[in-house]
Design a protein. Structure first.
Length: 475
C-alpha cells in the first residue's frame, strides 16, 4: 500500500505533462488568454505541495530498481516544474504571432519529463532513458523555427553532440556493468566499497561517462558547438537548455558520483579537477571576445558548470548542499537573463546582438534593471544569490582542502566581471530610439518573480540552506 501511495503521488506530479491533449491546453495553444496556461499547471493541485508535505516525509523510497524517490529528487522535481512553467510563460509572448504552436508546448513538456526522470534516476537504464528523452526533445525544439537563420545548423550540431555523448555514455556504462555486474548506482557503490580500490575497467568506464556527460554539460574540451547551439535556438529554448537541461544532468551526476564515491579515486579526482579548471578559464576568456549576448551567456554557462564541478570533489554534505544552492541560483538567474532576450525578441529573429541593447535603460528601465540584477548575480556581486552560491562553494572547497580549485574560482569570478559589466555599461549608455516589442503582463510577472528570488536568496540564504540540508544524498 505504501508503495502504491508513493507511486500515485510520484506520477501524479508528472501528470501535467499528459495534459497536452486536454481541452484547456488546446485552448491555450491556439493563442487564447493566458489563464489557459495557468490552468494547465494547476488542474492537478500543486505538485510542489505534494513534494514538500506528502512525498518528502515518506522518502526515501525506491520505485522498482530504476528510480529512487527521496528528498533530493523531490527537490529537483519541484525546481524543474517551476522553471518549465516560467519558460512556458516566456514562450507565450515569443510565439504569440505564430499559429503553429501546439506541438511546441507538447515537446517542452516531454523535455521536462526527461529532465524529471533524470533527477530520480538510480540506474543506468533510467539514466539513459531520461537523457535521451531530453536530448531528442531539445533537438526538435532547436530546429522548431526552421525558416530562421542558423536554426537547422544549430539543430544538426546538437544532434551530432548528443549522438557522440550517447555513444560514450553507453560505452562507459557497459564497461562498468561488465566489471560490477549491476547497473544500479547503489549496487555499484556497494561493490566498489567492498573492493576498496577501483578496478581499471571501472575507472576507464567512468572516464568514458565523463566524456559523455561533458558533452551534455558543455565542459571543456567538449564545448565546441555549444555557443552555436545557443545562438541558433529560439530564445526560450535556449533558456531551457541553459537551465533545466543543465540542472537535471548535474543532479544525476551528483547522485551517481557520490553513490560510487568517485572523489576517492585519484585518477578520476585528477581528471575532474583539470576539466574544472579548464572549463572555468576557457569559458570566461572566450566570453570576453563575443558581441552576441546569447553566445556570451553560453560561455558564461560553461564557466558556471566549471564552478559546480568543485562540489563533486568535496565528498561532503557541504559540497552537496552548496551544489543544490548554486544550481537553484544559476537556474533562476539564467532564466532571467535569457528571459529578457526572449521578451525583446520575435519568433522570426532574436534580439541578441549587444548593440541592440544600447540605451535599454532609457527605453525600458524595468527590463534594464532586472537584466543588470541577473548579470550582477552571475558575476557574484554581494546581495545577490550568485554571491552566496559562490560563497558556499568556496566554503565547501576550503573545508575539503581544494585550494587550487577555489583559487581558480575566485580568479575567474574577477575575469567574468569584465564582460558582465560591459553588458551593463551598454544598457545604461546613450542609444538610439529603436522600437522594442511590447512586453506582456506574463513577461513582467516572470521577471518580477525572478528578481525577488535573486534578492531573497542573496539577503536571506539561510532558510533555503536549512531546507536543502534535509535533502542531502549523503547520510
Amino acid at each position: 500500500m505504501e508503495y502504491d501511495r508513493i507511486r500515485l503521488y510520484m506520477f501524479g506530479s508528472f501528470d501535467y505533462y499528459c495534459l497536452c491533449a486536454d481541452n484547456n491546453y488546446a485552448y491555450y495553444c491556439r493563442g487564447q488568454e493566458l489563464p489557459g496556461c495557468i490552468r494547465l499547471f494547476t488542474d492537478r493541485p500543486c505538485s510542489c505541495i505534494y513534494f514538500r508535505f506528502i512525498l518528502a516525509p515518506l522518502a526515501p523510497h525506491p520505485l522498482g530498481v530504476l528510480f529512487l524517490f527521496d528528498g533530493y529528487g523531490a527537490f529537483f522535481l519541484g525546481l524543474i516544474i517551476l522553471a518549465s512553467l516560467l519558460i512556458v510563460l516566456l514562450s507565450h509572448s515569443y510565439n504569440k504571432l505564430q499559429g503553429d504552436r501546439e506541438e511546441y508546448y507538447i515537446i517542452i513538456f516531454i523535455a521536462s519529463l526527461g529532465a524529471a526522470i533524470l533527477v530520480v534516476a538510480n540506474h543506468f537504464i533510467s539514466f539513459f532513458i531520461g537523457i535521451e528523452t531530453l536530448s531528442v526533445s531539445l533537438f526538435i525544439l532547436i530546429a522548431y523555427r526552421r525558416s530562421r537563420d542558423y536554426s537547422i545548423e544549430a539543430s544538426v550540431k546538437y544532434l551530432v553532440l548528443a549522438s557522440v555523448s550517447s555513444a560514450f555514455l553507453l560505452f562507459g556504462m557497459s564497461l562498468i556493468y561488465a566489471a560490477a555486474g549491476t547497473m544500479s548506482f547503489n549496487g555499484i557503490g556497494i561493490i566498489l566499497a567492498a573492493a576498496k580500490t577501483f578496478p581499471i575497467i571501472i575507472t576507464v568506464g567512468f572516464g568514458m561517462m565523463i566524456v559523455g556527460v561533458g558533452f551534455k554539460l558543455a565542459l571543456v574540451p567538449f564545448h565546441m558547438w555549444t555557443p552555436d547551439v545557443y545562438h541558433g535556438a529560439p530564445a526560450p529554448v535556449t533558456a531551457f537548455i541553459a537551465s533545466v537541461s543543465k540542472a537535471a544532468v548535474m543532479a544525476v551526476l551528483l547522485r551517481f558520483f557520490f553513490a560510487i564515491k568517485g572523489f576517492q579515486n585519484i585518477p578520476i579526482f585528477t581528471v575532474i579537477s583539470v576539466i574544472a579548471i579548464l572549463t572555468m578559464f576557457v569559458g570566461n576568456f572566450l566570453a570576453i571576445r563575443e558581441k552576441n549576448l546569447k553566445r556570451i551567456l553560453a560561455y558564461s554557462s560553461i564557466a558556471n558548470l566549471g564552478y559546480l564541478l568543485i562540489t563533486l570533489l568535496t565528498g561532503s554534505n557541504e559540497g552537496v548542499n552548496s551544489a543544490i544552492f548554486y544550481i537553484i541560483s544559476y537556474v533562476v538567474t539564467t532564466l532571467g537573463a535569457f528571459g529578457i532576450i526572449s521578451l525583446l525578441s520575435q519568433s522570426s529573429h532574436d534580439t541578441d546582438q549587444l548593440e541592440n541593447y544600447k540605451g535599454l535603460f532609457w527605453r525600458q528601465p524595468w527590463l534594464a534593471a532586472v537584466f543588470s540584477l541577473t548579470l550582477l548575480s552571475l558575476a557574484g556581486i554581494p546581495l545577490t544569490s550568485g554571491f552566496m552560491a559562490k560563497f558556499y562553494i568556496v566554503f565547501a572547497g576550503l573545508k575539503s582542502d581544494l585550494i587550487a580549485l577555489v583559487i581558480s574560482l575566485i580568479i575567474n569570478s574577477v575575469i567574468g566581471l569584465y564582460y558582465y559589466l560591459r553588458i551593463i555599461n551598454t544598457l545604461f549608455s546613450e542609444g538610439d530610439n529603436e522600437k522594442l516589442p511590447r512586453v506582456s503582463f506574463s513577461g513582467h510577472f516572470v521577471l518580477g518573480v525572478i528578481a525577488l528570488v535573486i534578492l531573497w536568496l542573496g539577503l536571506f540564504p539561510g532558510g533555503l540552506m536549512d531546507t536543502i540540508a534535509q535533502y542531502s544524498i549523503l547520510k
